[in-house]
Design a binder for this molecule. Structure first.
Ligand code: UD1
Length: 366
């Protein structure tokens, strides 16, 4: 079975890594081509992940770069079509919900190539979110739907997908966390940054709905700066967010060095560096999808600055709570998270073996 896997943006890399490793171990049965679309291109947003996750550099980089949604999607489709035509895969594997995911899936199907979607069936039910459109479009045409939890499977059944297209395999991103947990701990990031384990928070922000509007972003930073009076908040800043903070003149909310309290901005961190920090954080504040899942497995309270989530299992069984973007609710959510003593459950099949279950399905279809 000739397999072409497509990655494009930061959150794809840790989902692809465990499967790429297994495919590469069996080159005769599964000739494999790893394509990077280049949607993310800064070394800290892309290259460092291949080093950290010990996966080979992509065989092909399409270098599409950033742009509007239509530009990114269109460029990926145009650039990947000849690569698919030349490699002639039997299966194209796409991951998650970024623009590259949807673009590659559509291109493959129009070449009559089967598509597998890893992390299928997640739904925020919020169609103003670009990722929700990517999820809906990708799942609508994918042949193999690999899900992380039972809720995702129910979503797909409700949308009319045949049960035999849906494979509940667990969470490939958690495979990566399990595999690299010890290596992350060995980085001793708290020592390097002068932080006390259990005495600091982490913060990530990049959703357009949070960072593209000046009033919203100001409100968020104001509320979080209050927590910053109590403990340091380590803030690896996404390039898009860095631009907005500068454009809106909000730099006054950032500061703090060494052991100091306050919101402490740093460049985007590598996978192991950030995992190392989250493992010993008192609290994580985020609008990312993946961090909601990672903190659930780490048992670290997570305050998600969104109104909804496509990952409700992290609220039902894990450590996550949704607070939206209003300063009042952010303050209340932080207070509850710090006070609460929850006993999170690790969701079913988030056990480090999801990629092996994907391989078992591919093996059966080979
Ligand atoms: C993308 C994904 C989002 C994911 C996020 C993780 C889509 C629709 N969105 O959002 O789901 O959570 O990645 O990071 O695919 N930029 C750089 N260097 C880079 C990449 C981006 O400077 O390596 C800047 C560019 O100015 C760009 C902006 O960041 O315009 C946004 O990047 P883009 O890929 O459009 O979307 P993200 O916000 O990163």
């Amino acid at each position: 079975m000739r397999v072409l896997s497509v990655v494009g943006a930061r959150p794809n890399f840790m989902k692809a890594a465990p499967l790429v490793r297994l495919l590469h171990a069996r080159p005769n049965e599964f000739p494999h081509l790893l394509v990077h679309t280049g949607q993310h291109y800064d070394a800290r947003m892309s290259e460092s992940f291949f080093d950290d996750l010990k996966i080979p550099a992509p065989d092909v980089n399409l270098e599409v770069g950033s742009g509007s949604h239509a530009e990114t999607t269109g460029r990926v489709m145009i650039a990947i079509e000849p690569v698919m035509a030349e490699f002639r895969p039997d299966l194209v594997v796409v991951f998650g919900d970024v623009n590259s995911t949807m673009a590659a899936a559509i291109t493959a199907k129009k070449l009559n190539v089967a598509v597998a979607h890893v992390e299928a069936g997640l739904r925020s039910l919020d169609r103003s979110m670009p990722e929700e459109i990517n999820r809906l479009c990708t799942d609508a045409i994918a042949d193999l739907l690999f899900t992380t939890d039972r809720i995702a499977g129910e979503n797909l059944l409700r949308e009319g997908h045949p049960a035999d297209h849906i494979h509940f395999v667990g969470n490939l991103m958690i495979d990566t966390l399990v595999a690299f947990r010890d290596a992350a701990a060995a980085m001793r990031m708290t020592d390097r940054l002068g932080l006390v384990p259990g005495g600091f928070a982490t913060l990530t922000l990049h959703r357009p709905s949070n960072v593209d509007d000046a009033d919203t972003l100001r409100g968020i930073l104001e509320a979080i700066a209050e927590l910053g009076a109590e403990m340091p908040i380590l803030f690896p800043v996404h390039p898009r967010t860095r631009k907005r903070i500068a454009d809106f003149g909000l730099d006054r909310f950032l500061g703090g060095e060494g052991r100091e309290n306050g919101i402490r901005p740093v460049e985007p961190l590598g996978y192991l560096e950030f995992l190392s920090l989250n493992m010993s954080a008192r609290l994580a504040l985020t609008d990312s999808g993946g961090i909601q899942e990672e903190t659930t497995v780490l048992g670290v309270p997570c305050v998600t600055l969104r109104k909804n989530t496509e990952r409700p299992i992290t609220v039902l069984e894990g450590t996550n709570r949704l607070v939206g973007s209003s300063p009042k609710r952010i303050r209340a959510g932080i207070a509850e998270a710090l006070a609460g003593a929850s006993t999170p459950r690790r969701p079913e099949l988030w056990d480090g073996h999801a990629a092996e279950r994907v391989m078992a399905v591919l093996e059966r279809d080979r």
